[in-house]
Design a protein around this ligand. Sequence first.
Ligand SMILES: [Ca+2]
Length: 256
Amino acid sequence: MKTLSPLPRLSGASERERTLLKLALILVALALPDVAPAGNLAGRYATITLDGSSSDWQPSDVMYFASEIAAGAPLASTFTSVSVANDSSFVYVALQHPAPTSILDPWTYNLYLDTDMTSTTGFNGGWMTGGYDHLVQYGAGGGSYSAFSFNGAAQSDWGWNWLGLISYSYSDLVTEWAIPISALGLTTDQMRMEFNVTGDGVTAETWAYQYESGVGTYTIATVPEPGSLSLLALGIGALFMAAKTARRCQRSAGRH
Ligand SMILES: [Ca+2]
């Protein structure tokens, strides 16, 4: 089987030229940022049914893959993928777990949201510097499924104002949330999403992402445009109306 060479045009080049080019390619690779944003995701417009099933999610909805998640312990507390989608009213999140879990488990899932894409506003605790203006918490033995806004006097203060409840569903291996967009205070169509699992029962925290530089930005999907067929139909309709109007004008002009 023929393998594709990345340097097909260089088959005639000298050994020295090829070595120099390889060296240049290595230097270019080294110059790239060491931590590329892992989870940047342009959202898909979809209304997700909260049924603890991944059936209405698509592979392209994944924001953080297993390789981008600093997995924690116990196994039921962590997740192997995070998917996000939205419609006009909700941001939907799905967590895929490697072991059965439920809202009644003791730990807490935290979703920190930088909803103004500005690090100098919102919570910056510990090593976190992203400026998280909103927080979603879920779990804690079934006691928590809420959205909060940051109200700390200083960015390092743990201070949050309760905004409202989120909807959720879970089965053994899938947890789904519906977070009201109205509770997020988005200033643009983008927000940075940092996931963490902590609290009772957790022996190692889960992070997605584990470095601020890798925290993904989610871009809210807008209402889909009408399909090309209906646009075509609208276009034909407009032409028909224009032709009718023109004929009518001609007729009335002829009467004068
Ligand atoms: Ca912020």
